[in-house]
Design a protein around this ligand. Sequence first.
Ligand code: F6R
Ligand code: ZN
Length: 187
Amino acid sequence: MKIPVNMPPGVAFLNGHFTAENIITKVTNSSSLVGVFHDEASWQALPSNTVIYQVEMLSSAQGEGELFVGTTHLNPGRVGDEFYMTRGHFHQRREQGEVYFGLCGNGLLLLQNEQGEAHLEQVSPGSVHIIPGFTAHRLINTGTEILSALAVWPSVAGHDYAALEKGFAIRVVEQDGKIQAKEVQNG
Ligand code: F6R
Ligand code: ZN
């Protein structure tokens, strides 16, 4: 009997782009990131169709035990003094974790627990980030190139954006030509 060997989807580790039959892409423009950046006037001044990031995902099975695979491509740039970043979220199913892999570009992964304690991890090509359950996460592009990070997470995890309405406890800005992480009061 001839045993079939199927061709799986592929990912280019240099830029995170997939080769697969069905790729799902979600584009996030600045206009949908209401209240995310602290300098509201600078955010308002951006053309509303300014692309901040795109998530490219493989189409995969959903349900308990199934996994999603996707790459976030976060553009370089700033809104006022604050670096471009993803909205950030807890998982709807709080106990579900995730793994991020830095592929290209340079940035930070902001992690925050349910008690509001936050810390940062350096994201660079080859970095591996284990995001435990009960931990909100946001990517921040502090470099001059696109920051791409591959992620694998349970399909049942879901996203809870509302739980972070007050924002994260750390903001990352450029000040005096340096990348500075600042603690904020309302986190
Ligand atoms: C999935 C995950 C990533 C993010 C992506 C966009 O659980 O963490 O795929 O969804 O980086 O960020 P958000 O969803 O915060 O807009
Ligand atoms: Zn996530």
